[in-house]
Design a protein around this ligand. Sequence first.
Ligand code: OOG
Ligand code: MG
Length: 253
Amino acid sequence: MNLNEIAKTLDSAAANAKVTSQISHTTSLTEEQAYKIQRLSMAERLTRGEKFVGLKLGFTSFAKMEQMGVHDMIWGPLTDKMWYKNGDELPLNQFIHPRAEPEIAFLLKKDLDREISLEEIPAYIQACAPAIEIIDSRYENFKFSLEDVIADNCSSSAFVIGAWQPLPESLNDLEMSLLFDKEVMQSDSSNAILDNPYLSISNASRLAAKYNQPFKAGDILLAGAATPAVFVQKGRKITTKVAGLGSCNIIPK
Ligand code: OOG
Ligand code: MG
């Protein structure tokens, strides 16, 4: 099996917004091989000039794991091309079947090369903010195995971050909702994210250290969705609201 060929197929599916079939239908991959493919396809993007801007975690809530039928946390890199500004338009012709998720983002103030504890977070994290992640699986019908989705860079395709806020003492018990125009499509407590969204930082630091992924001052981290993802609808403004942290939005066109 040629991991580089699989990486190129996935990369071109993402670049051209064209579906491709699940790798696991024809090839069985280990998790390690899946992350190798993820790195190879990311290398293609970086060669085209995209810049690494941070990491995301996925499947940090039961709601997401249940929705997608997978049962382990995943992680992958984010690039500047995926980063839309608050209030931007989302050009739907560049996506296959995008879905939106309500998330919390973090901003690193210091390079991080080892696993840190909850107590160390204020020393390493500058700020947090409400965020929207747009995921867009490159696989038919948005169906995949855990290895498939890891290889497909965790379905990452776009994200928006609201205004940065100082870190509150606790990020527990905050209502997080995803709205299309004024309609609440999904909502849950921030506790849905690993029982405590701050735990996403220690998990990301552990993974970054384990896989030798540099994590630097100024990088961002997406903690993972608090609720199931919802298919984007043309013309309906997408908003994430996090109680106490504010909101951000993007308009699919
Ligand atoms: C994989 C990405 C999951 C999250 O926040 O849990 C994710 C997918 O569901 O396609 O981004
Ligand atoms: Mg997500």
